[in-house]
Design a protein around this ligand. Structure first.
Ligand SMILES: Nc1ncnc2c1ncn2[C@@H]1O[C@H](COP(=O)(O)OP(=O)(O)OP(=O)(O)O)[C@@H](O)[C@H]1O
Length: 786
């Protein structure tokens, strides 16, 4: 009892110490807010001066002060989270943020005698979401992304550097709630201001991992681990390539890396950072993290189905179709289609008003390409017949230039042919007169209505959507796909393109078509001229205040064709066609690519890897591996490892850091059929809702998605039903995986998809075995038995 009281006293004292520091930081922040407010008022006053120079200066001041205030207000909550106590450093030099920069301790920092090793703490640093200096420019808080903060993340007991004690501080508003310490040099007796260094708690990481999950990811800024920090701070020279199993923090690391890169070189990354995620669900799950890291507008998080402007797809094709659409064989088909579509009938909307770009798809009355051009020039009727037109078209299409960009050439060759027919060609021997005659001919003919409407029908301005719609006709597609796709693939592809709406895989086809057609990139919406752009410099180019982070990101994304840095999450899932689409957005970018081949839902990982290599070009790569699973307890990780052994024999599982003592539960259906499955799923979901504080995910085969949502009706929003492909990247406190066999049989990559499903839970897992799972007496499906 007495011992516990002593611990509590030490804990309270340490909390008190941190509270004092936090109070000091808040006082300083308040001063800064007052300063910012003063600046704003002062600037407003100056408005009365009235000279143009004074007005511009006022505007600049208001702008800066507004940004400052905004930032301070935003960062006010929970922004001080760490502290390190360091040995004296090797050199006495201070870095630009006022902190010592040396990583290694000074030679005389440690004293050893027969009874042990001793040291005096030479420096204490507090780490937070932004840096705060006191009035004398000494650091009260160091920004987590600053070099001086790196030891907070890098130091480990094996390689402690100067760090003796690493402390995570939990606070709410202005109140410090607790501290958790990790000792990096447990063998050392260290003193701080003459007192022995206190150590509180069992370490911050375990405390963080034990918390209940919500529907959004939280940032891990206070508990980033050393191997993760190496990735986050890796120099952005070329391609940073990260592999790691489920739950190793790949997504978290990728998001924190975006924040780090912006901090480190805001000027460079004002060109934008694009984060590509496989599904909209993962986008909304991760979206909360960046603003909370203190980043604004420059980062766009996009799902693969929303990467192309105007396309917003979240429907999935059946695996056999997705395989065809994603394959690089599609390139040959699209090349043919982009040219062949010139001869296809215009959709109704286009027919109604030729030249109208509005393209709604659908099948039109087969108008087809015109086979006769008739004009009147020099008082003569001139005609080009079907054969002549065909020859001209063939001629124009000779090279590989984008079809829409060939229209002027088509127009010229038509005029050439008509001119030859007119007999005017040899009329003048004087070249100048001949040229004049020709140009008046061209002008007459090319402004004639019959010529113009012919050209629109014969060489229409094609949109990617129109070509894709044209591919929905099986016979036509068969021609374009000859010797590339087999008849079954062609049939399935055409059928899927006849369905209304776009699938996620269609979007990459649209993007490829846009390139093949040479569709003009949408003109950049020019930002309104703002005199402050010149006054404030790029660092200060922060969002206009009334625009939200998301709105700004969307606007920038819409305007942007390419980005300065591209981060690809779940990279193992990009098809070759998707790699091409993403690659076009980062031709001059640096890249961070994170993924796990063992979770790939793509049936031909080698083909996808080849396309990835093409997208990344010859840029040098730095490879990193993440090896620790922070999500799953060991009990769940062990079960998932059985599926990994089937899916990818020899592939190692990441090491789980914690164990809950709760084994996964198995439930077999009381009787065959959907009703029994519905009852079992609902009962398990209800039970788990009672067991965990956070969220419950029910993962089913893709074609049971809607059904499963119905089974869970009325259970509230802590529980969600997901198709197996949608579960990627997400996590829940508890999951119910329904019929492993159904998930595994869904596609050639089914076992890897099942592996994903089994690795979503942070606490509890129930597996419900259907008939096809052949459960044993304990309800364990055959796929999960030893
Ligand atoms: N250093 C850390 N401290 C606390 N939590 C962490 C840390 N690293 C990762 N996590 C948590 O572990 C979970 C898994 O992280 P994340 O989703 O980034 O992993 P992943 O490698 O992308 O997984 P998957 O491949 O399954 O999508 C998240 O809840 C994340 O917040």
């Amino acid at each position: 009892m007495a011992a516990q009281e002593a611990v509590d006293t030490v804990r309270d004292r340490e909390i008190g110490v941190e509270q004092e520091h936090l109070d000091q930081v808040y006082r300083r922040l308040e001063e800064k807010i007052h300063e910012a407010e003063f600046l704003m008022n002062d600037a407003a006053q100056r408005g009365h001066v009235g000279t143009p120079g004074a007005l511009a200066e006022r505007d600049a001041q208001v702008f800066r002060a507004g940004i400052h205030l905004n930032r301070l207000n935003n960062e006010f909550e929970d922004f001080l989270f760490g502290r390190i106590d360091l040995l004296y450093g090797k050199d006495g030099e201070k870095g630009p943020d006022g902190a010592y920069t040396s990583v290694e301790p000074a030679e005389d920092a440690l004293r050893a005698d027969d009874s042990g090793t001793y040291a005096e703490i030479g420096e204490t640093l507090h780490i937070g979401r932004i840096g705060v200096l006191d009035a004398d420019y000494a650091p009260l808080v160091i920004d987590w992304r600053a070099p001086a903060a790196a030891p907070f993340y890098r130091s480990t007991p094996v390689d402690p550097g100067r760090v003796v004690r690493r402390r995570v501080i939990r606070s709410k508003g202005r109140k410090v709630l607790g501290v958790e310490d990790d000792l990096m040099r447990p063998e050392l007796t260290a003193t701080l201001d003459g007192h022995e260094l206190a150590v509180i708690g069992d370490g911050a990481l375990m405390a963080a991992l034990g918390q209940a999950r919500s529907h959004t990811m939280r940032d891990i800024v206070s508990s980033i681990q050393a191997e993760q920090d190496l990735v986050i701070r890796a120099p952005a020279a070329s391609v940073t390539y990260v592999e790691g199993g489920p739950g190793t923090g790949k997504t978290a690391v990728a998001l924190h890396r975006a924040a780090y890169l912006l901090y480190q070189d805001r000027r460079r990354y004002s060109g934008g950072i694009l984060i590509v995620s496989p599904t909209p669900l993962l986008v909304s799950y991760t979206e909360g993290v960046l603003p909370s890291l203190g980043e604004e507008g420059q980062v766009a998080i996009r799902a693969l189905g929303s990467l192309v402007d105007g396309a917003e797809a979240d429907a999935y094709d059946e695996p056999a179709v997705a395989r065809v659409k994603g394959s690089s064989r599609m390139l040959a088909v699209l090349r043919k289609a982009a040219r062949g579509a010139l001869e296809t009938p215009a959709p109704k909307a286009v027919q109604a008003e030729l030249g109208d770009e509005e393209d709604e798809g659908g099948t039109a009355a087969p108008q087809g390409t015109p086979t006769l051009l008739r004009v009147v020039a020099f008082n003569r009727r001139l005609e080009l017949n079907a054969d002549e037109l065909k020859r001209i078209r063939h001629n124009v299409l000779g090279g590989t230039a984008p079809v829409n960009l060939l229209r002027p050439r088509a127009r010229r060759l038509l005029l050439d042919a008509l001119y030859t027919k007119s007999g005017a060609a040899g009329r003048h021997s004087d070249p100048q007169l001949a040229a004049e005659l020709r140009s008046s001919f061209d002008e007459d003919v090319s402004t004639e209505d019959s010529f113009l409407s012919f050209l629109d029908a014969w060489w229409p301005e094609l949109t990617p959507r129109r070509v894709l719609d044209a591919m929905a006709d099986e016979k036509r597609l068969g021609r374009w796909a000859r010797r590339v796709l087999n008849p079954g693939e062609t049939r399935r592809l055409a059928r899927s393109l006849r369905r209304p709406g776009l699938s996620v895989h269609d979007v990459a086809l649209l993007d490829e078509l846009a390139t093949l057609l040479g569709t003009q990139a949408r003109p950049r919406k020019k930002r309104e001229y703002d005199p402050l752009d010149q006054l404030t410099g790029l660092e200060e180019l922060m969002p206009v205040r009334e625009e939200t982070q998301r709105e700004r990101a969307e606007r920038l994304a819409a305007e942007r064709v390419e980005y300065a840095h591209v981060i690809v999450d779940e990279a193992q899932d990009l098809t070759p066609m998707q790699w091409r689409m993403v690659g076009r957005r980062g031709r001059h970018a640096t890249w961070t690519v994170v993924g796990d081949p063992a979770q790939s839902s793509w049936s031909d990982p080698d083909e996808a890897a080849a396309a990835r290599d093409e997208a990344l070009g010859t840029r040098p790569r730095r490879r990193f591996e993440l090896t620790v699973n922070y999500r799953n307890p060991a009990e769940i990780a062990e079960l998932a490892a059985k599926v990994l052994a089937l899916a990818m024999p020899g592939k190692e599982s990441p090491r789980a850091v914690r164990s809950t003592g709760v084994e996964p539960r198995f439930v077999a259906l009381a009787e065959p059929g959907t009703a029994a499955m519905a009852a079992a799923v609902r009962a398990e979901a209800e039970r788990l809702l009672g067991e965990v504080d956070g969220t419950v995910g029910v993962v089913v085969a893709m074609d049971r998605r809607k059904q499963a949502a119905g089974w869970l009706g009325g259970l509230g929003d802590r529980v969600v039903a997901l198709g197996s492909l949608e579960a990627k990247g997400l996590e829940y406190d508890a999951t119910v995986v329904v019929s492993p066999a159904e998930i595994a049989d869904e596609s050639p990559a089914g076992l890897r998809v099942l592996y994903v499903a089994l690795t979503r839970s942070t606490q509890a897992l129930t597996v419900i075995a259907g008939e096809r799972d052949l459960p044993d007496a304990d309800g364990v499906p055959d796929l999960l038995r030893d």
